[in-house]
Design a protein around this ligand. Sequence first.
Ligand code: FES
Length: 147
Amino acid sequence: MKKLNLLILKYKKEEFNLLSLLEETVKVKGFLSFETLNYISKNLKIPLAKLYGMASFYSFLPTAKTGKYVIRVCNSPSCYLNGSQEVLEILKKFGIEVGKTTKNRKFTLELTSCIGCCDSPPAMMINNKVYKNLDKTKIWNIIKGLK
Ligand code: FES
């Protein structure tokens, strides 16, 4: 809790906005558990429902433990029309399925809205890195290259 207390202190000093506080908490704790959100709620006197609402709205604020690599495949129109479903099918061959974390806790797969690469679809993010113009070979090399 020491690192979380430091983050709460920074928030109180107005060095963070609430979204940044939750992002930083994810970096420290890995995800926003009920216990963590409750702790923040009590220490900052912010309604738990407000914190949970933010956490459940933003896909980059996980409320459950994720894999080492969080894959977010864009499913907005440009990517959808240019192969995002094929990307998902290829990932499925690696045992990586939408809404799930692999048993070895290496990968979590989510769908996401536009990630700003509409001119080079289909696109996905793995943690904070963006991959564009995906095809079978690229995806194969990307996934095989992740240790
Ligand atoms: S629609 Fe996929 S990146 Fe914009």
